[in-house]
Design a protein around this ligand. Structure first.
Ligand code: NAP
Ligand code: GFB
Length: 340
């Protein structure tokens, strides 16, 4: 009998697991969603230990580097956010890179998670990967029902294969490897680089510059260019809401089937309405014009959050304008350190 004030290593690990404590590795922990997770974790009393990594900690396209990371961290759970990520224009010009890099990252992370006996992996797909020709609203059963929109087929097929890999690991080894399917995400710590950004950070960066450049022109005379027709429809989720849902999923979502994380269908807005919300947050006095010479991308990708609502009926999403206001405020205060 071990004296009561000592505990064997085995007893410690049994207690560790029985206590429900988790050691969660967050790949892609230095990005938009990763930074939101850091904030959301502090809203709760984190029983779990969270380890955030970026590409400087390990290039996950490299198998050996990925294994070494898992050897070092020894996670029990993984939130897998790391990916080559970008907006419409970045995808259109780099489908092969989006395909290859994301296939490499995903295969390395899932295989390392299996080899290290991780109890759960939650990966991220996206509502943009669904079939281009589809009925609406889209739901989780429709991921593989036809080719994705041509603008981002590389990213889409790489992401769809996560779902295929999850099922294969479950079938062969019983792994609980699952995925969430977010709609468009935005918030502080976004990627504002014009050539790679998504629409909201792209417009925030461009509107800031328009307001602060050419001081000799009165603001009400200035014209802000919305790329495309402004007509495409999008559902946008605030990164902090996305993070809150991920924390819940780590503890409570047990299925290997994907779960859409999106605001309600009726919260869908046009790109022009998104631009108007950004203009309101800046109190921009000028005009908005649409440059139809630029691509629109997918017209819509309306997703149903019915499954999420059935699991979390009382979850409150941050209002779109409040989230835009917070995101613009963060950008103005942190632009010097942002990815611009
Ligand atoms: P993000 O801001 O671009 O961050 C990407 C993260 O992945 C960064 O931490 C980056 O590390 C890391 N990363 C990229 N390449 C890597 C590599 N080779 N090795 C290791 N780490 C690497 O992305 P996000 O917007 O937070 O997206 C998070 C997840 O949500 C992604 O899986 C994305 O596909 C998905 N998603 C995003 C959206 C959206 O609208 N943003 C919508 C739906 C789904 P560094 O900081 O070192 O570069
Ligand atoms: O976020 P975004 O680049 O990608 O939005 P998607 C593109 C839409 O916003 C197009 C218009 O209709 C653009 O014409 N837009 C207006 C702008 N101004 C801007 C701007 O300054 N920057 C950008 N980027 N667009 C992506 C997928 O689709 O969704 C990715 O390609 C990813 O794979 C992402 O999954 C979540 O929403 O069209």
């Amino acid at each position: 009998m071990v004296p009561h004030h000592f505990m064997s290593i085995k007893q410690f690990f049994v207690l560790f697991f029985l206590s429900g404590m988790k050691k969660v590795l967050v790949t892609g922990g230095t990005g938009l969603v990763g930074n939101a997770l850091k904030i959301a974790i502090n809203e709760t009393s984190p029983e779990n230990e969270w380890v955030f990594v970026g590409s400087r900690d390990a290039d996950l396209t490299n198998e050996e580097a990925t294994k070494a990371l898992f050897d070092l961290v020894k996670p029990t759970h993984v939130v897998h956010l790391a990916a080559m990520v970008g907006g419409l224009f970045h995808n259109m010009n780099n489908n092969l890179d989006f395909l290859r890099k994301n296939l490499q990252i995903n295969d390395n992370v899932l295989q390392s998670a299996y080899e290290h006996g991780c109890l759960k992996v939650i990966s991220c797909l996206s509502t943009c990967i669904f079939p281009d020709k589809t009925t609406y609203p889209i739901d989780e059963t429709m991921v593989h029902n036809g080719p994705p929109h041509p603008s981002n087929y590389g990213y889409s097929y790489a992401k769809r294969l996560i779902d295929v890999q999850n099922r294969a690991y479950h079938e062969k080894y019983g792994c609980i490897f699952t995925s969430v399917i977010p709609c468009n995400i935005f918030g502080p710590h976004d990627n504002y680089k014009p050539e790679v950004s998504h629409v909201i950070p792209g417009m925030i960066n461009r509107m800031y510059k328009l307001i602060h450049e050419n001081a000799d022109i009165q603001e009400k005379e200035k014209m802000f260019v919305v790329y495309g027709s402004g007509k495409p429809l999008r559902q946008f989720i605030y990164s902090l809401d996305m993070a809150r849902l991920l924390i819940w999923a780590v503890d409570c979502y047990k299925s290997i089937d994907p779960l859409i994380l999106s605001v309600d269908e009726e919260n869908e807005v046009t790109i022009l309405e998104a631009a108007e919300a950004v203009a309101k947050a800046f109190d921009f006095k000028g005009k908005l014009i649409c440059d139809t010479s630029k691509a629109d991308g997918q017209y819509k990708k309306t997703a149903s959050n019915r499954k999420l609502r059935s699991l979390l009926p009382n979850f409150q999403f941050t209002s779109f304008q409040d989230a835009i206001n917070d995101s613009v405020k963060w950008f103005i205060e942190n632009m010097k350190n942002a990815r611009v």
